[in-house]
Ligand binder design. Sequence first.
Ligand code: NAI
Ligand code: 15L
Length: 268
Amino acid sequence: PAPRTVLLTGAAGGLGTLMRELLPPYGYRLRLFDRRPVDGAPDAVIADLSDKEALRAAVAGVDAIVHLAGISLEAPFEKILRSNIGGTYHLYEAAREAGVRRVVFASSNHAVGFTPRPEDGSAAIPVNTPRRPDTYYGLSKGFGEDLASLYWDLHGIETVSVRIGSCYPAPTSVRMLSIWLSPGDCARLLHAALTAPGVGHTVVYGSSANTRLWWDLSAARALGYDPQDDSEPYAAELLAAQGPLDPANPEHAHLGGAFCTDPPRWPH
Ligand code: NAI
Ligand code: 15L
């Protein structure tokens, strides 16, 4: 049966805020978790991922977990270690103890960010391309994927690790034309990842059906994901404002963009 009660970690964040609106129409009842207060949600569990007791209470009785919480940009290793590596471990331990059967993990393109940028529209990068993290942040996403693999093989917890491109209401850069995930397509993909049978541990890329796609979406489509959006209507304006990607510019040479050269940093 499809999961009904879903724990959404990182509910106060950008993606969490979008998914709080877009997932319930698929029939989910969301329980919210974040270390920051969640606007308009007095019932949200406000706790850190290092708080094992809070995690135990948060996962009790849920059918599945969508794990978005974590540091979402580059940060000192100690912070990444605590929130993304330690925090994801504690969440899986709580899931194991409670018998939760399915997790959807927000991985990132930055797990493979130092992969050379392919031709626009080639969809050339497969999900089994070697990991090439571009930051400690990207490294932590590779850890999360491997933790998911371990908990599948050892404990039978299924995970879809979604290497999200850029999920925002609209693309804001030429790079994003290739990796944009519209919020509507994100909800479609999370729903597919929550309901597809027999996923074991599956890694997929998360983007819309962009004309300029850099990676292979077939693993996501195999889950039943049918993207409805394409960034192309935004292309002319962004190209006019920013110019095309320049192979001689190191910031444009890799999948991870500026994360490979001067990564944006977590402000907290
Ligand atoms: P965000 O930074 O807006 O939200 C992350 C949330 O996690 C925040 O509300 C923060 O308070 C919470 N959090 C961080 N550390 C925590 C901890 N130790 N305990 C409890 N809560 C904690 O990030 P955004 O953009 O919403 O991304 C959500 C997830 O998706 C992140 O894991 C991010 O790495 C991943 N992702 C997002 C992409 C995007 O385009 N938005 C692209 C690729 C991956
Ligand atoms: C990510 O992993 C970040 O969490 C998000 O803030 C975006 O910057 C995205 O990647 C990206 O690559 O654009």
